[in-house]
Design a protein around this ligand. Structure first.
Ligand SMILES: [Zn+2]
Length: 222
């Protein structure tokens, strides 16, 4: 089983490990390098030269993707200019280097989709819209970008009625599952529990769904 978005290794067979938070990818995992939008909150920003350093690290690891990058309205209502500029720069880098990218868009998914569509450097080969939880109306635009939607622990919350309806509406060939764990000690469901709940909601067998999601994860990396 593949954990399509996390920041550390846990029980899955394969992990897509994104910076930051220090987790290391292991054998068979995929590694994603990038600067998270939270690094730009409250006027903070990474030290000068971060974009060039990122470029160098990506050049040194041709198998690495770009992530997690994006915009955020969860922590602060307004998106800082530096956050948006950093997202654009990293989208351009992913397109230029032809690396798949993992995207964050808490409470601003429409803007994230638009930024990807408008990226003047073109497109990365594929994108994961990690934890995407907005209306199904954006899905056709996400799929036109070769986007995959990864479903997180919120699917286990039976009060998340709209989210669970969305999870049913995502075509199986664009679906992934993720824990978004930042530490192995973090309390939360494993990817197996998340996949089992998605399967239950969709009325399909969990092992067949798991196989489909592994195949999707492999396609995302091609
Ligand atoms: Zn994350």
């Amino acid at each position: 089983m593949t954990d399509a978005h996390c920041h550390c290794r846990t029980g899955a067979d394969r992990h897509f490990v994104c910076e930051p938070f220090g987790g290391e990818a292991g054998e068979g995992d995929a590694r994603f390098l990038g600067v998270h939008p939270w690094a730009f909150l409250d006027g903070a920003s990474p030290s000068d030269g971060w974009l060039e350093r990122l470029r160098e690290r990506l050049a040194a690891d041709p198998s690495a993707g770009v992530g997690e990058i994006g915009l955020d309205r969860l922590k602060e209502r307004n998106i800082p200019d530096a956050m948006r500029a950093a997202f654009r720069a990293q989208l351009a880098l992913a397109a230029e280097l032809r690396r798949p990218a993992v995207l964050h868009g808490a409470k601003c998914w429409g803007e994230v989709v638009k930024e990807v569509e408008d990226c003047s450097s073109g497109r990365a080969p594929a994108y994961i819209f990690h934890g995407f939880s907005r209306s199904a109306g954006l899905l056709p635009r996400i799929f036109a970008l070769n986007g995959f939607v990864s479903v997180g622990p919120a699917v286990l919350n039976d009060h998340a009625v709209n989210y669970r309806e969305l999870v049913k509406a995502i075509p199986a060939d664009h679906l992934l599952a993720e824990t978004d764990r930042t530490s192995p000690d973090e309390v939360g469901p494993g990817v197996g529990e998340i996949v089992a709940e998605i399967a239950r909601l969709r009325g399909v067998a969990a092992d067949a769904l798991a196989a489909q999601l592994d195949a999707n994860a492999a396609l995302f990396l091609v």
